[in-house]
Write a protein that binds this ligand. Structure first.
Ligand SMILES: Nc1ncnc2c1ncn2[C@@H]1O[C@H](COP(=O)(O)OP(=O)(O)OP(=O)(O)O)[C@@H](O)[C@H]1O
Length: 286
């Protein structure tokens, strides 16, 4: 698809001077990337180390210009975390990558997976190409058993049950239990297991710890850590304790654009920056 000019918002844009001012991170001072930075792209070694390259991604839905030229890379191993205040467009970014922008919307720019342009390709082709998605609502069939949920997710003749059960032994133990009676954390593991049965090049995971009790959050973070050893992950996550535990690189979206990118550790080590970008304390509280 053709790259759409980003930067200055259109008449329906949502960028305010104050929001732009929070973009003081080392990787992207000033919030929106300068045109020269965008066209220059990442250094050659960074490009070769990245699996997914999102460049100048703009999404408009129902008259709203939600993403206004978002650019970032996802590393070929470990967890890249996508952060930002509520409603900035994190889920919209995942959905655009997956070809799930609603039909009354448009997604323009470029998304490359392993160097190949994928923006605009249909979702079924992207799933076949190795994008695995774990949505925010977990998506398990409450009335079916764990084993049935897993069987329904099989997409190949050789689903990798060994991997899934080695990562989440709980799923093997609870194979005959109805998914609706699992705890929130166990449901999240089932949701991850359903995706990991098939071979994936990249997992896109949307707020897996949302609404979970602190103890369960820790369990899910451990599960994600194990999953990320098998497959690289692009993770939307608001819980900074989870980010601290998992993040390699962090990408912060504000006002429709990438306001900061860099090592997650570096972001969390700077409480003032964390607070200005995310309106939360690095200790984890709001
Ligand atoms: N289909 C849609 N129709 C209209 N507006 C939408 C649609 N999808 C998203 N939006 C709007 O786009 C903005 C970004 O939404 P999105 O869900 O991507 O944010 P988010 O950063 O993931 O938020 P949160 O952290 O609260 O989950 C919001 O203002 C949302 O209301």
């Amino acid at each position: 698809m053709t790259a759409e000019r980003a930067g200055a918002p259109g008449p329906d844009g949502t960028v305010t001077a104050e929001e732009r001012a929070v973009g003081t991170g080392t990787a992207n001072p000033g919030g929106a990337p300068a045109a020269a930075e965008r066209t220059a792209g990442p250094p050659a070694d960074a490009a070769s180390a990245s699996l997914l390259q999102v460049a100048d991604l703009s999404v408009r839905i129902a008259g709203l210009h939600i993403l206004q030229g978002v650019s970032f890379d996802v590393a070929s191993s470990g967890v890249t975390v996508l952060l930002g205040r509520n409603g900035v467009g994190k889920s919209t970014t995942l959905r655009a990558i997956l070809g799930l922008t609603p039909r009354n919307g448009t997604a323009t720019g470029s998304v490359r997976l392993g160097g190949e342009e994928i923006l605009g390709r249909p979702t079924h082709a992207l799933v076949k190409a190795g994008l695995g998605f774990v949505p925010e609502d977990r998506c398990v069939f409450a009335g079916l058993t764990v084993a049935e949920n897993l069987r329904l997710a099989e997409r190949t003749d050789a689903p990798d049950y060994d991997l899934v059960f080695s990562l989440f032994p709980e799923l093997s133990k609870r194979a005959k239990q109805r998914a609706g009676s699992l705890s929130g954390g166990q449901q999240q593991m089932l949701s991850l297991g359903r995706v990991l049965l098939n071979s994936n090049r990249l997992l896109l995971i949307d707020e897996p710890t949302k609404g979970l009790a602190p103890k369960v959050v820790t369990e899910v973070a451990e599960a994600l850590e194990r999953a990320a050893q098998a497959v690289p992950v692009l993770l939307v996550e608001q819980n900074l304790a989870v980010v601290r535990r998992l993040a390699g690189d962090a990408v912060v979206i504000a006002a429709g654009q990438v306001a900061w990118t860099g090592p997650g550790e570096q972001l969390l080590a700077d409480p003032a920056l964390t607070k200005s970008l995310l309106a939360v304390n690095a200790a984890g509280g709001h």
